[in-house]
Design a protein around this ligand. Structure first.
Ligand code: ADP
Ligand code: MG
Length: 436
């Protein structure tokens, strides 16, 4: 058994039988093309690939690390897309393995509406004049609104021009940094990141409170910017709101252009669904498309999940997708999202977002940011799970249910009077319900 198969086997133990049969079983591991940076798995189609990517890839990365002690990035892709990439890489020796961009993230596949028009125009113009118009370009907005897609669209344009493009998340950048420090090969790390033509860094908010990597990133930024190389960054919020960032970095993030993406309005959602159906050869009638667009409020990734589920169900059960069937599947999906949530998942997500330890949320600590994090966690747990007040009291280390009830009262006051608090709660609730 190769390592890829071992990972799939281990994953099988952690997920439901249905999930395994429907999705994971369809994956194949490519031991030849996988490297110490990337573990490459093939899915039979893009929908299954996207679904596995959003639901299971971080679990798979975790399993890899447990088994091999190496932090790899798991790529779920289609067979011919890697073949194409690899042959391109051979042709253009400048291309980097790190730039494994999703080939379907293109401008053509990106539906533009009022909500994302500004960001789209900004990325598009950068893609036409690398390093010359907005540098850096900083895109921010909520989960699943198309930041990565847009950023990679520019990446694909650059890559097709033969430029060396690095696409990385902050997490991968940090892992690579740690590995090179450990192996005493920092010169190679710096050579790689400071000499590329285009650097795309996703989810920059995770730099928050990580001083070492901020310092390294600062120098990378300076080197690239100084050489007129294009930098594109994304985050879930405006640079000013990220917090825990060195002043010099924060101000540099605003040097070029900061563009936001808002949740798509109904027409844009409809256009997105139509586009996804076309790409994935799923046939849906107008009324079904309208229904899905109305029910799913904003997260586009969730729309893809629904389509993939509809498609899979209809194939398995040999039925056509009609409105009634769609309603059942959607109801299922929404309930499933909630049912899977546990107190642990919620506190972990809150802790991660606010850069504290989950255990601190449940501790007796009274510092301002702990109280803040605890309030948010309690509120979301109460909203999204079936736990009773005594259960919550026990979990959060509070005296009894009256303590929880006081806290909830306080939170409701804040929700009415403190706009920032309200936005934070909404943002985290969205994040939590969409990743579950
Ligand atoms: P983010 O990085 O903002 O969390 P992604 O870029 O990963 O979001 O987008 C989530 C999914 O939704 C992707 O598969 C992407 O292709 C799709 N998507 C988001 N916005 C659009 C859009 N305007 N048109 C087409 N697809 C979109
Ligand atoms: Mg993203």
């Amino acid at each position: 058994m190769n390592i890829g198969q071992e990972i799939l086997k281990a994953l099988k133990e952690e997920i439901t039988e249905v999930e395994y049969r429907r999705y994971i079983k369809q994956l194949t591991y490519d031991s030849k093309k996988s490297t110490s940076d990337f573990a490459i798995f093939y899915a039979p189609n893009q929908l299954v690939a996207n679904w596995i990517k959003s639901k299971f890839s971080s679990k798979m990365e975790h399993l890899f690390e447990l088994k091999t002690d190496i932090k790899v990035s798991v790529k779920i892709t289609l067979k011919n897309s890697v073949d194409k990439k690899v042959s391109q890489t051979k042709e253009k020796t400048k291309s980097h393995t790190h730039s494994l961009l999703n080939p379907s993230h293109t401008f053509d596949n990106f539906m533009v509406g009022g909500s994302n028009q500004f960001a789209y125009a900004a990325v598009k113009s950068v893609s036409e004049k690398a390093g010359e118009v907005y540098n850096p370009l900083f895109i921010y907005g909520g989960v699943g609104l198309g930041k990565t897609h847009l950023m990679q669209s520019a990446g694909n344009v650059f890559q097709n021009q033969g430029k060396s493009v690095i696409y990385t998340t902050v997490e991968q950048f940090l892992n690579a940094f740690v590995r090179h420090v450990r192996n005493k090969t920092m010169d190679r790390f710096q050579e790689k990141y400071r000499k590329c033509d285009v650097l795309l860094i996703d989810d920059i908010q995770f730099l928050s409170n990580k001083e070492g990597i901020q310092e390294e990133f600062f120098h990378t930024f300076e080197a690239l910017k100084g050489a007129g190389k294009q930098i594109i960054l994304t985050a879930d919020k405006h640079p000013k709101k990220i917090g825990g960032l060195e002043k010099r970095l924060q101000s540099r993030f605003e040097w070029g252009l900061v563009a936001d993406i808002q949740p798509p309005e109904l027409e844009t959602k409809i256009a997105i669904i139509e586009n996804k159906c076309e790409i994935n050869k799923v046939k849906l009638t107008k009324d079904i498309i309208n229904y899905i667009a109305t029910v799913i409020d904003s997260n586009v990734r969730e729309i893809e999940g629904i389509l993939s589920k509809l498609h899979a169900y209809s194939q398995l059960m040999h039925v056509d997708i009609d409105l009634k069937f769609t309603k059942t599947v959607l109801k299922d999906q929404l309930q499933e999202n909630r049912a899977n949530l546990t107190l642990d998942i919620i506190t972990k997500s809150v802790a991660k977002d606010l850069n504290i330890k989950p255990s601190e949320i449940c501790s007796k600590g009274r510092s301002k940011n702990l109280v803040y994090a605890r309030r948010i966690s309690i509120y979301i747990c109460r909203e999204l799970t079936q736990n009773t007040m005594p259960q919550l009291a026990k979990y959060f280390g509070m005296k009894d249910h009256t303590a929880i009830s006081h806290t909830l009262k306080k939170i409701n006051e804040l929700l009415e009077n403190d706009e920032d608090f309200k936005v934070k709660i909404e943002e985290l609730t969205n994040k939590i319900t969409s990743v579950s």
